[in-house]
Each structure stands twice: as C-alpha cells, then as structure tokens.
Ligand binder design. Structure first.
Ligand code: SF4
Length: 454
C-alpha cells in the first residue's frame, strides 16, 4: 500500500476522483488513485483538477441517478476532462457516451490498469469507450492502493463477481463471475494495511461464503480467516456479505472462538416468504431459511445478526409482506437494513408480473423500519450498565467527545457509540460503560483502555 503522499513530481495534469456506491467501489477508487498517481497529480477538490474521474454505481435506481447527477454537474465545467468508470460505464457503455456527448471517456468495471493510457488519450482530445466483456479482475494491483483516512479500519476485497442468479440483481452482469483473489495476495494486502496503522480489517466481496471455490475448487474462507487473524497487530476482523445457504457451523464456530473475529454475522436474507424467495431465485427458500436462522439464534446467541431485506419485489402480496414482518419480529436481528425493490433493466425480475407501486413499496419499507426501531431500542436499553469494547472512529466537539463502534457494528451501516467522557485517540479500542441508549446509538463513558481484541 503506498503512502498517501505519493505523486509524480513531474505531473502536469491534476486529477480528482469522485466515488459512488458500496465499499467495493471505494476500494476500487483507492486502487485507481494509486495507479493514476504514478503519472498525474492528485488534488482533493474538483475545482483544482483538470481531469475528473467518476467511479459510478448503478445497483439500484437511486444509485444510478446519483452517479448521473454527478456526471452532469462535472460536464458543466468546460475546461475539464470527464472520465466515467465503474458499473454505470459497464452497463451502458456506448449508450452513455451517446446520451452525454460531453463525456471524454467511458470505462467499465475493469481493467483499471489501462486507466493512464486512457487519460493520456483523453488529454489529446480523443473520445474513448473502453468496456471489457466479460469484466476482468486484477488480483495483485490491490496491494498498491492508497488508503484514505480514517486509517484505523479498512475494507479488503477478497473476491469480486458472483456466480449466483438472484433475479433482482444486476451485479453478475456488471462484475462478471466469481473471481477469488489469491490467498497470498490477500494476506499481503492485509499485512500492508496493518503496517499502515489499520486495526480493523473488513472483508468484502459480492459473496464472501463462496471464497476460493472458483480458484481452489473448495471453500477457503475459514482458512483465510484463521490466517488473517494471526497478523500480529490486527485487532478486529470483520466479515461482510455471507450468503445464507452457505453459512455453516464451521464458520459460526470460528466466529465465536477466534479472538479477533468480530461476533458479527452479516447474512442478507432478502425475504422469508418461500414464494418470494423462489421468484428471487435464492437457494434456501422459506421454511428452511427460517429454521436455519432459529438454529443460529439458539446455538450461537452471542453472535450479532445483521441482515438486509427487500420489500416490494414483484408479486409480493400483503400476506407475503406480513410473513416478513412476523419474521423480523421473531428473530429480532440486532442490525437490519431494508431496501425497496428497484426494477432494473437486464435483470430477470424486470419483466415479472405484479410490479408493486412505488408508494406501497415505500410504506412497506417504513413499516419494517418501525418494527426494527423498536427491536433495536429494546436491545440497546438492555446494554445499559454493561462495559463494552469500543473502537474510536472520530473525535467530536460538544456534548459528545468521541464517536465509536462496538464489535457488533460495521462502519457507516450500523449503530454508533457516543462518548461523553474519557481520554482516547482515534483508532484506540477502549472499554466503555453504557449509560444510556437510543434506537441506534449507545451513550457511555470511557472507563479504561483495552488491551485485548474483541
Ligand atoms: S448473491 Fe448478491 S451479488 Fe450475487 S446475484 Fe445475489 S444479490 Fe447479486
């Protein structure tokens, strides 16, 4: 991992990167930054740049509009070259250039290694559309990425692409088939990150539980987690995006016994109705999924469960939706995200009958959020008086002096801990006594610094 200050002294042109979408995109933007900085000078404001690179997202309608709005705002500047990379480029390619002819280049999700060649040509006033089909994936350039603050936690991509066929999802079309990174390449990157001061590594992918099946012919996730947890100064290791049907007891045992692995399971179920799951083409329909979640609750009560559900999938009846509400109340996930179904061209569900009106989808989304807010408040209140390890994310001004997270919280998507008293610096892991709680935050004071991991 290169130092954030690297840049070519001789660079004449200045560039800026704007990144949209998920953590995987953020990591890709850090890789792009490392590559482009070999030749051009990075600046941290778009006004100061003459080249704007926009790493786009098009997972759902809202993400697509955000990316397009950003593109439109940048082409207003007459004196800047605007280059679109990532999912939107992969999805629309030539069409995007036709619709927005002011663009200078459109690139897909990969290969990133040609980015400087594309910038060179754009500077010479060429217009370029460069899309690889199917999208590729370079394993080793990830060790060269420039991490941006905060540096006490970092995402690490273990694979990209996905072999599943969820009928609502455009990702396999944009990212291609599952391609696991080589084991050594991941360890190498993790070690580099820890040397830079990273204490918490968060493993990301489209489908973490499939890690290694393409490259090694068998699942290597457990092996990878064990090896990563041996990195000396690494404190917390967190795993995101586990496909429910592939979460086995071996993985759960490892989560609860390994001192560095956070007691946290991100298991996006999407729905619980057998009808809907079948139409979604998810492989563990209805009752089986419910049984499995109940089993996990019974045998692994110490694991914090995070899930994502989708409401308003085509054909979702009131009864199907009620099943989902009942299930959310039954399992009482500690963390839950809810999305409204987004009708995406190119997915199998696009032409399905029974598309649900936007208003109904929004009402259903709100209903689930209300149920979850009650659950979350009760769970948070039950923690009052307890002492918990908390990683400090941010120094604050005013009533709360720090913002942090427990092992049960991933950055940006989960709950926080607001701290009123005590001494620490960002990145410290401290013991916090919980004094109060709201739906999505704990409030507490630091009692002492913590030596051990989770
Ligand atoms: S597992 Fe995730 S990324 Fe893969 S097709 Fe399903 S929703 Fe999309």
């Amino acid at each position: 991992v290169k130092n954030a200050n690297i840049c070519s002294q001789s660079a004449k042109h200045k560039y800026y990167i704007e990144s949209f979408g998920c953590y995987k995109n953020k990591v890709d933007s850090q890789v792009l930054r490392s590559l482009i900085s070999e030749k051009y000078l990075y600046v941290d404001s778009p006004e100061a740049a003459d080249i704007i690179v926009i790493n786009t997202c098009t997972f759902i309608e809202k993400a697509t509009s955000e990316s397009i709005e950003s593109i439109l705002s940048y082409i207003e500047y007459k004196n800047k070259k605007v280059i679109v990379v990532g999912c939107l480029g992969q999805r629309y390619g030539e069409e995007l250039m036709e619709q927005i002819p002011e663009l200078d280049a459109v690139m897909g999700t990969y290969p990133f290694e040609s980015i400087n060649h594309i910038i060179d040509r754009v500077i010479n006033d060429e217009k370029i559309v460069s899309i690889r089909e199917p999208p590729g994936f370079e394993y080793d350039i990830y060790s060269r990425r420039i991490i941006s603050p905060p540096v006490h936690y970092s995402y690490l991509k273990i694979s990209d692409g996905c072999n599943r066929k969820c009928s609502f999802c455009i990702i396999p079309k944009l990212k291609g088939k599952l391609r696991s990174r080589r084991f050594e390449s991941i360890i190498d990157e993790a070690e580099c990150l820890v040397k830079q001061g990273v204490k918490e590594v968060i493993l990301i992918s489209q489908d973490s539980t499939a890690y290694g099946t393409d490259l090694y012919g068998e699942n290597k996730l457990g092996y990878l987690l064990e090896r990563l947890s041996k990195i000396k100064r690494l404190k917390w290791l967190r795993l995101l995006y586990n496909y429910p049907g592939d979460v086995d007891n071996k993985l759960l045992d490892l989560i609860i016994t390994n001192k560095k692995l956070c007691n946290y399971l991100d298991i996006p179920i999407q729905h619980i109705s057998g009808d809907i799951l079948r139409r979604m083409k998810r492989d563990r329909a209805g009752d089986k999924l419910r049984e499995r979640l109940l089993e996990i609750r019974e045998y692994y009560p110490q694991i914090c469960l995070r899930t994502t559900v989708m409401v308003g999938f085509p054909g979702e009846t009131r009864r199907n939706f009620q099943e989902l509400c009942n299930f959310v109340e039954e399992i009482k996930f500690e963390r839950l995200g809810v999305f409204s179904y987004s009708r995406e061209e190119g997915t199998d569900s696009f032409d399905m009958e029974g598309q649900i009106p936007r208003r109904v989808k929004e009402e259903r989304r709100r209903r689930i959020m209300e149920i979850q807010a009650d659950i979350s408040l009760k769970k948070n209140r039950a923690l009052i008086g307890k002492i918990l390890p908390v990683i400090i994310d941010e120094k604050m001004e005013g009533k709360y002096i720090f913002d942090g997270r427990t092992v049960w919280d991933a950055p940006e998507i989960d709950n926080g801990v607001l701290i009123t008293e005590g001494e620490a610096i960002v990145g410290d892991i401290v013991n916090v006594k919980v004094l109060d709680a709201t739906e999505y935050d704990l409030i507490g004071e630091i009692v002492n610094k913590r030596e051990r991991g989770k």
